[in-house]
Design a protein around this ligand. Sequence first.
Ligand code: GDD
Ligand code: MG
Length: 347
Amino acid sequence: MQALILAGGKGTRLRPLTVHTPKPIVPICNRPFLLYQIEMLRRAGITDITLSLSYQPQKIEQLLGDGSAFGVKLRYTVEPQPMGTAGAFKFAEEMIREQTVVLNGDILTDLDLAAVIRQHNERKAVATIVLTPVENPSSYGLVETDADGRVLRFIEKPNIEEVSVNTINAGTYVLEPRVLDLIPAGENYSFEYGLFPDLLRREEPFYAHIPQDTYWLDIGTPARYWQANDDLLNDRVGRIKITERRGKFEASGAEIDARSIIADDCVIKAGAEIINSVLGQGCHVEEKARIENSVIWPHTRISAGAHVSGAIIGRGCHIGRFAQIGHGAVLGDKTSLTDYTQTGGDL
Ligand code: GDD
Ligand code: MG
């Protein structure tokens, strides 16, 4: 069994965070996101993993290397331009010889993959798609099934009036290599608009797996990126736990709550408060600054008296003294805000 992670999207909805950091490696609680997926694969005994890249591939390769540091064997394919989700699978054809688990590279989940593979094999399926319930299926791929779990309909990004059920494509598939023959080579082609509707037309054995008690989140918008961090901070991600919340950092006379995660080399000055937040490596938080419900990427400085609440702040930013950074602010790397800046809130 091998795996392919689709990690070539541009991450446009996560801009400006993804301008210099491709979405698959944005830090979630200070760890590059893909490491959560690699760990999930490893838990199911899958260590032969291909990363399918297109946008800023060298940054991902540089960080993860051959995978030996994480107990897996990583290989890479790099598309000259994005080939679409199924096109990316076809592009990796030479590496695919057997049943393959395909993952969207932006899903945080504690799914039991071994159970998915078992059910796929029992049913002799050609494709199995994992489902999850969500409140608003319109932003996802809606999947209808019959009582035996056979997929009846697949509608990508349905209009409100097409929404018939709340189960959607969770972005995890088990595929038999013979589906490769149904994907055209050398053109942009997707699972969602192309292969899945085609499998249904051909009446192939295409099944859904509906896991119980499983955490699931697509991290691809700022609100959901924050939610992933917040859920981990508050231990709401089922089988995935944060084991180490504190690196080696300096703090004297600061208040840091038990949930917050502080990386190495941070300096936190007297009277500062850190509440339910993540600080990346080498951040400076000066006197009486307050940070709550926020994620701060490495090497950012929050100056004295500044308040940051409900914000995501990129790498190497400078937040001036007494600035007020309000709910929903997302600042790109190297943003510099003057003293007394105000963002968000009502005027
Ligand atoms: N290699 C490669 N090439 N990867 C790609 C390409 C491509 O051309 N296009 C997208 N990807 C990767 C993205 O990096 C991401 O990890 C994954 O494929 C899915 O793309 P998104 O752009 O995040 O899609 P989405 O979230 O709107 O919808 C998809 O995911 C939903 C679940 O979160 C669909 O699969 C929906 O059906 C599904 O419900
Ligand atoms: Mg997505």
